[in-house]
Write a protein that binds this ligand. Structure first.
Ligand SMILES: [Zn+2]
Length: 284
């Protein structure tokens, strides 16, 4: 478990899965021969043979008044996922979350940076053959644009298991608040639009007692994209806009005292973007 402090706010990482390799489908340009020369990626983010290390993890943001889980991973018991290994998971995520100090009933806010399969899974859990909200006392915050995009996708393609098992049940339970991409969640917590990976994608800004952090969501999947923002993910709905967002974000964060916490970053998970001649890296 890793935990960071930003003023009066803590951010705690609860890992569901970590992997090395098998990620080429997500970042096709990040081959061993292209990532190994970027030496700072080792050992946290790339292994000795040049395979990408990535994590699927939730980040719990605790403020003096709120307990927020940012992104809810894959979830147990889900079926029909595009990646075979993601089907019918039986992982200890909820026990790990409780062990970190956050029993599911204590979460008051669920925040989805976007509505992809690996960010909404634990929105629901299987109980008596039905998908029920995992966090029954929480408001689930989803971007209005993002939600409408996926709802329309589902209307065009009725077979949309992720929407059906992980989004619709919490919406139908009346737990969803549709919010704008610059929504203020709490005094210390604000959304920031980082579009391109999906049409309504947001990152999460934390500011408290003069300290700052940013939870990326998937506008950067992997730290190699800090060096190479032109490497788009195969999951980016608009690769050009996604590249512009990464370039702009890198410029805004570079050499600033802002802790960048990567939603899929393995190893150290967080660091500062620094300029190194005409190159950029994540200093951990
Ligand atoms: Zn993701």
């Amino acid at each position: 478990m890793s935990r960071w402090r930003i003023g009066a706010v803590t951010v705690t990482r609860v890992v569901e899965l970590e992997m090395a390799g098998g990620t080429r489908f997500i970042l096709p340009q990040a081959e061993p021969e292209t990532v190994l020369p970027i030496g700072w990626l080792r050992p946290h983010f790339v292994d000795e043979s040049g395979r990408l290390r990535m994590a699927i993890q939730a980040l719990v943001v605790e403020t003096p008044t709120r307990r927020i889980i940012v992104d809810t991973c894959l979830g147990n018991d889900k079926q029909d996922r595009g990646v075979p290994r993601w089907n019918n998971l039986q992982g200890p995520f909820l026990a790990d979350l409780a062990a970190a100090g956050y029993p599911r009933q204590s979460i008051d806010t669920v925040l989805c940076t976007h509505l992809h399969v690996d960010h909404v899974g634990w929105n629901t859990m299987l109980e008596g053959g039905r998908w029920v909200p995992t966090f029954p006392r929480a408001r689930y915050l989803m971007g209005r644009v993002e939600f409408e995009y996926w709802r329309t996708q589902r209307e065009h393609d009725h077979h949309h298991p992720v929407f059906a098992d992980s989004i619709a049940p919490v919406f139908e339970a009346g737990l969803v608040d549709l919010v704008e991409t610059d929504h203020r969640v709490a005094d210390e917590i604000t959304l920031a639009p980082t579009l391109g990976h999906t049409p309504g994608h947001v990152s999460v800004r934390i500011a408290s007692e003069g300290e700052e952090a940013l939870i990326t969501g998937d506008f950067v999947h992997h730290p190699c994209q800090i060096a190479r923002p032109d490497w788009s993910s195969s999951a980016d709905t608009d690769p050009d806009e996604a590249r512009h967002t990464r370039e702009r974000g890198r410029g805004e964060l570079c050499d600033k005292p802002v802790l960048v916490i990567g939603t899929h970053f393995a190893g150290a998970t967080a660091g500062h973007i620094v300029r190194d001649g005409d190159a950029y890296r994540l200093a951990v």
